[in-house]
Write a protein that binds this ligand. Structure first.
Ligand code: IMP
Ligand code: MG
Length: 181
């Protein structure tokens, strides 16, 4: 079998694994301190957040339940459609609960803003958001991120759960790929 040259095309490293894990430990400490033993509902936004979420919740020193919300906004393109499709709803009501939403990346902000508005309508006792990445120069709407991992530029990133056309989710680091022209 001929050798594959896939390794030449691996995305370049933007945030290495050690930096991700160090920042996650800081975020987990901050969140654990803020809630001080109060039970939270940790909401994972699928699919992109599944690795970030599972690494972070294992560092939280809090009682919690986990919920999963499936949303899709991109199709296979590299720019936001602004349309958010809910592909999987939560299993439990949020009424009276302390809710923290975990997102992989805030780009235009349209997805997180849509999600927060939807969840607010379910009358949680409190609602906060945590995003691994934020692209401040791409924001098109005002959206509040309570806990942020890293600010990045406008580059299209992949890895650590984040995909391009469904690929690269298993990369252990955040990498970047060249933009379509
Ligand atoms: P927004 O609605 O533009 O803020 O986009 C948010 C969603 O788009 C994220 O949850 C990601 O799924 C996806 N997204 C935004 N930027 C990137 C990127 O650089 N790489 C991969 N997915 C991205
Ligand atoms: Mg996402």
């Amino acid at each position: 079998m001929p050798m594959s040259d896939d390794s030449n095309r691996l995305p370049k490293v933007l945030i290495p694994q050690v930096k991700l894990h160090a920042r996650l430990a800081e975020l987990a400490q901050e969140i654990s301190n803020d809630y001080q033993g109060n039970e939270i509902v940790a909401v994972c936004i699928l699919k992109g957040s599944f690795i970030f979420f599972s690494d972070l919740i294992r560092l939280l020193d809090l009682p919690m339940t986990c919920e999963f919300l499936g949303v899709s906004s991109y199709g296979n393109k590299m720019s936001s459609s602004g349309e958010v499709k809910v592909t999987l709803d939560l299993n439990e009501p949020l009424s009276g609960r302390h809710v923290v939403v975990f997102e992989d990346i805030v780009d235009t902000g349209l997805t997180l803003s849509y999600i927060l508005n939807q969840l607010k309508a379910r009358r949680p006792a409190s609602l906060k958001s945590c995003s691994l990445l934020l692209k401040p120069d791409s924001l098109k709407t005002e959206v509040h991120v309570d806990y942020l991992g890293f600010k990045i530029g406008k580059e299209f990133v992949v890895g650590y759960g984040i995909d391009y056309a469904g690929k690269y989710r298993g990369l252990p680091y955040i990498g970047y790929v060249e933009q379509d022209h």
